[in-house]
Design a protein. Structure first.
Length: 149
């Protein structure tokens, strides 16, 4: 079974809140906020916890937008549950892990994001629900499928 992870993207009024990863896996890339689902935790609980830990806000609602599976050369496949956050409580703040910044949805910095984001992010911005599988070799996408559900 793949390792389950969450990804929350705050999206409101034509803007998207992304975080610059400051350490660890994905350092130097813009991304949504999320991470591992802990044992005994639901996917939604993990999404809420990670969003709060990484940028200090609490989602009022989680809208499930997609599930992406990433298959790599190692045995650790990933299943990412993607949530849209239209409203939240608190003020986004920098943490040890992430530096949040608002982007106009027409100016997403894809050249500084994960390579797969350019394929599924436009579906997210259009409010579509989607599933996808990305197969990687040497950090390059060798095959992918995306489906609107």
């Amino acid at each position: 079974m793949p390792k389950q992870l969450t990804l929350c993207i705050v999206h409101q009024n034509g803007k998207v809140l992304l975080g610059m990863k400051k350490r660890g896996f994905g350092k130097g890339k813009w991304n949504g906020f999320g991470g591992k689902v802990h044992e005994g935790e639901t996917i939604e609980e993990a999404a809420r916890r990670e969003l709060h830990e990484e940028c200090g806000v609490i989602p009022r609602d989680l809208i499930k937008r997609g599930i992406l599976t990433f298959i790599g050369e190692d045995e650790h496949d990933l299943e990412i549950h993607i949530f849209e956050i239209p409203e939240f409580e608190g003020t986004p703040r920098e943490t040890e892990e992430m530096r949040p910044q608002w982007f106009d949805e027409n100016n997403i910095p894809f050249n500084q994001m994960w390579i797969d984001d350019q394929y599924w992010f436009p579906l997210f911005l259009k409010g579509k629900m989607f599933t996808g599988i990305f197969v990687f070799k040497n950090d390059e996408i060798v095959e992918y499928t995306l489906n609107i559900v």
